[in-house]
Design a protein around this ligand. Structure first.
Ligand SMILES: Nc1ncnc2c1ncn2[C@@H]1O[C@H](COP(=O)(O)OP(=O)(O)OP(=O)(O)O)[C@@H](O)[C@H]1O
Length: 243
């Protein structure tokens, strides 16, 4: 029997609680190479928890979370090296922008010369030139976000997992990230992204899932009109059904 490509990321009935808070309550998800899969939902819906489970930063309470076919929790270094993750606060504040980028590239296997070249290219494409020699802790929120994104993009990851990547970015930054995501996906990377920006997700995503109270409760058509109305209709229907 012919087998399809191995999903970059897959969850099966994945669940995780914190005390009496059921943050993720049985989610199935699969992202293949070349797909851009978006998660949208209200504050506290469970998006960040799901992403952290999927990249192996949190242990599942039950169900499965896999990266490239192996369990995400405790995944070997060579599997983790294929993932670029942006959560919150992943850059080193005491290092400069350029040092952060070089370090990220080195940690993902680049030699010194290649790491410098990759860092220079990202400084250019994310318009970080003015800040390249500054310590990251001295940057504005938006520029710190750019550095975190650049660190995730510096090593040609096969899977990008981006938690609200455009938060704090100016309109130019939003466009730069959109173009980077589309370029990486066209090159075969899988992308899983959470966001509150429905229109932005419609521009980049192949699939948009709505997360509500720890579950995937619906899917929005990426090319559909009036996404906001469809989003709220989906969330309200889920809330009614859960009463
Ligand atoms: N470490 C933790 N300890 C206790 N509760 C947590 C923890 N992390 C998340 N939660 C809870 O789990 C639920 C889901 O939170 P999560 O951060 O995953 O939501 P989110 O959809 O990413 O929200 P937002 O859009 O506001 O970032 C929330 O009720 C949150 O308070």
């Amino acid at each position: 029997m012919a087998r399809g490509p191995v999903p970059a990321v897959r969850a099966g009935r994945l669940a995780r609680s914190f005390g009496d808070v059921d943050a993720v309550r049985g989610i199935d998800i699969e992202v293949l190479p070349g797909q851009v899969h978006a998660l949208v939902g209200l504050n506290g819906a469970g998006k960040s928890t799901l992403l952290r489970l999927l990249v192996g930063l949190l242990r599942p309470g039950s169900g499965s979370a896999e990266l490239f076919g192996v369990p995400a929790w405790g995944a070997p270094a060579d599997v983790r090296a294929r993932v670029g993750f942006v959560g919150s606060g992943h850059a080193y504040g005491e290092l400069t922008v350029r040092e952060n980028l070089r370090t990220a590239a080195r940690l993902h296997g680049s030699c010194a010369r290649e790491a410098t070249a990759r860092a220079d290219a990202l400084v250019e494409s994310l318009a970080l030139g003015r800040w390249a020699g500054r310590r990251v802790r001295t940057l504005s929120d938006g520029n710190r976000r750019r550095v975190e994104l650049a660190c995730a993009l510096v090593h040609d990851a096969d899977l990008l997992v981006l938690d609200e990547p455009t938060n704090a970015l100016d309109p130019a930054g939003v466009v730069e990230i959109r173009e980077s995501v589309l370029r990486r996906a066209a090159g075969g990377a899988a992308v899983l992204v959470s966001s509150h920006h429905l229109d932005e997700m419609a521009r980049v995503a192949t699939t948009i899932d709505v997360v509500h109270e720890g579950r995937v409760v619906g899917r929005l058509p990426p090319d559909g009109a009036d996404l906001e109305r469809q989003f709220f209709r989906t969330v309200h229907a889920a809330a009614e059904a859960g009463r």
